[in-house]
Ligand binder design. Sequence first.
Ligand code: G3P
Length: 270
Amino acid sequence: MKIFLDTADIGEIRTAARWGVLDGVTTNPSLYAKVGGSYEEILREICRITSGPVSAEVVADDVEGMLREGRAFAKLARNIMVKVPMSELGLEAISRFAEEGIRTNCTLIFTSNQGLLAAKAGATLISPFVGRLDDINQDGMIVIRELAEMFAIHDIDAQVLAASIRHPQHVTQAALAGAHISTIPFKVLGQMVHHPLTDKGIATFKADWEKARAAAAKAAAETPAAAGSAATTTAARADGDGSSGRTGPRANGVKPARHGSGSGSTKRRR
Ligand code: G3P
């Protein structure tokens, strides 16, 4: 399943692109209203960040107006996909765009039959709104599952794009229901990255690593002094009793093995 970001925020899009998980972007008038500025310039910038499909939504309420807006969007970049709301006029516009070779994303889909009609009219992407159906106590994921099955059974080329995604479970469920794409708010994408045990595990690994490195550095710093002291002890014993062969292990703090008559230690050296 592909992952699109559902935003017009350039910073969020750049971040998702850096993570290597961005397959495309969907925008709509409400998302645009959150960032403001020139919609066209924002679309151009998004299309520079991703080569995947970038949805730009028409707002005209007549077919000619939708066509005018959509054609202008399509000229902005090769990866623009014109987003058209589901309606009788929207279907007509989608059909006309298809004849002109302009790809469309039919939005505001709430039933499988709406999705089927949009696909028949020639839309490339069909966008059922999962969260908004859940909001009114209907299972939005049913529309995703039904459309995915319908398109597979009848070999329909249109792709199901799960929209109005509100939390990470929606993403998992959409993937399992056969959605080709999920378009995800940046906040939900972040929630998908994190797990408290992952974050805790990273902190523990880091702390243990630092402890181990500090211990290793301390041991390394003490080693020359320990070696020097061992040499001194060995020399002192050699001078005192002449039994230098048995002083090595003691110098290291290890008690020498007992070998009865003493011939054992000779054997061991051989
Ligand atoms: O892509 C459509 C999506 O943005 C709608 O989401 O949360 O406003 O229902 P929401």
